[in-house]
Design a protein around this ligand. Sequence first.
Ligand code: SF4
Length: 257
Amino acid sequence: MEFIDNIRYKKIKNAVGRAVADFGLIRDGDRIAVAVSGGKDSYTLLHILEGLRRRAPVKYELVAVTIDSGYPGFRSDVIASYLREQGFAHHLETTDHYDIIREKRRPGSSYCSICARLKRGVLYTLAQKLGCNKLALGHHLDDFVETLLLNQFFVGTLKAMAPRMLADNGETTVIRPLVYVEEREIIPFARENRFPVVCCSCPVCGTADLQRRRMKKLLTELEKENPAVKRSLLRALGNVQPRYLLDRELQRLCDVP
Ligand code: SF4
């Protein structure tokens, strides 16, 4: 594994180390499938977990996994040869998801929701098949706070993402070790290390959906007044005061008899 070991790397590694400790993300004996899509976030996640693994007091294994959904032009070969060069164990799974999406997607509905659902299912199955008890995903701090805002503004629920949760298959634990890492730290890290970023080549490749773009824009605006706004939103997720919310179930739990 070769990459530039500089202050940025240390900063990201420390943030991941904190998340691992805060949420108990990694335990002795874990075998972790790391989803590598070919994007900057997943390469960063894999490298950082490997960096931590080499010095960790606990023993764990990593297996990079990539899903090729069948979008024409997807350069899974670039990902595979880079990971091989870097010495990572890697499994590439080719699926017919593009055909399924073309057949099943209702006109006007989002590509991403059906594509992501199919991919998630395969990742869980693959993790089990490869003997992995955990699946690591590359969602970072910005994904957490954007999802929080999206859910509040458009869905009417107070919900973001879980740093650690048991998947629907009841077997695999999904972990998101980049929860404390901002996207603006990942972008230069990926560039400096010349990660061979490949486009997913789907029909909406590179275009975050409109509502998510609006959240990004809103956060950028708010940051002009309060540079710590994203950190504050993330802190809010870990500082919930149920008595001051309107959820009747939570109210019942908080009621003094
Ligand atoms: S951006 Fe493309 S590859 Fe990614 S979830 Fe959406 S449709 Fe799938």
